[in-house]
Write a protein that binds this ligand. Sequence first.
Ligand code: HEC
Ligand SMILES: [Cu+2]
Length: 421
Amino acid sequence: MRHPSVSLKPARFLCAFLLLAWLALLTGCWLDGPQSTFDVKGPVARAQLDVFMVTVYVTAFIFVVVGSVLAFATLRFKARSTADEQAEPPPQSHGNFLAEISLVSASVLCLVIIAFPTLKNIWFTYDVPEEQRTSAYEITATGYQWWFRFEYPGEQINGVGPLVTGNELVIPASRPVRINLRTVDVIHSFWVPKLAGKVDMIPNRANHLWLRADEPGYYYGQCAEFCGDSHAIMRFRVIALPAQEFAAWLANQEQPARAVTPAVMAAAGDRPHAVFASFKTAGGGAGDALSGSPEFDTNPFAAWKEKQVADPALENPVLIAEGRRLFQQKTCFVCHTIRGHEGIGVTGPDLTHVGARTTIAAGTLENTPPRMYDWIANPNYFKPGNKMYNGGYTDPATGQQLINLNDAEVNALVAYLQSLK
Ligand code: HEC
Ligand SMILES: [Cu+2]
């Protein structure tokens, strides 16, 4: 006897699958991930979703109509007996003016229905609407293989130039933000699915986009144009803050890097080094797994807020001072800027306030001491081919380590960088 499921026709499987997929879509269980374009949080993303949905409705309508006619014809006119099969085909005709005109008009109508919102939203998403332009905040985002640099042309720091940060873009909420898009190397693409996107960052071309976050929050961004080895983990975050908190954040960022002064050292007294025994994880420096997305204990926005404040009780000034010294000695400073301290490099992310970020390595790892340890000990494990690795760590040809760091040194560097709030 045949097993009942064997007799199920493939068509039935297909139907069942489509039905389940449709149910899943309807109940929304696939649609609220951190990078979902269906869970929109701003007017630009909403306009893009609207165009998408209009297209979905129109094409779904076409699918149902054409599908029904096809199903009807297939069932109604199928051969029911051998006689049917052997019979002459019915008289053939060619061309029916009425049918053709109606089909052409119906298609044109469908396209017009799609074209109206599409054209309207192309204008809308292109630039900040005229009436909001004066209140728009301007930022320049630059793509690097494989991280993002953010510059605030409106915030000039005396004798330095505009404020620069890396990988975490902090913006004012409920206010249009106009983002200039640049790249220093290949084509990248700037995409924050819940807010807006995506627009390419093209060499020698001044692109831009605009977005607005309806509410304060923590949003996920991603490079959306294949750009080499670590393209898939070229991520970033957007943190939207209420006006006052944004102003406070700017004021803090404009400060030079936090220095653990002798006064702080005195206050700390003779705290034992043991508290900071090692940031090294059991995995052995390289981490146990390629952590795809950082998991926060709390929600990421709360985690971000916690990161903004230093807790001197958890800091070891001696270790921090040692880390600052090593940052020069191990040549980290040639690629990274730490404004006010020794770092002056521009080929890597600005680290002036790196301790206040929730992620490192362009949104790849959560910014905790153990994860930072893992990153500094072996950056190429997490981001194959990254420029910190190739430029500063290991000779790609021979595999020989160019900067040798032992555990104690990595610990000190981590303590130092984490103190930069
Ligand atoms: C040859 C240039 C170069 C040198 C030298 C270098 N780095 Fe980097 N560093 C980079 C680049 C490029 C990145 C970005 C990597 C990425 O995310 O693709 C980076 C990323 C980082 C990050 C993560 C920052 C963030 O916000 O994502 C930290 C922390 C860091 N480096 C620390 C160090 C330390 C400590 C040293 C010295 C031991 C060092 N770097 C030496 C180029 C360099
Ligand atoms: Cu990219």
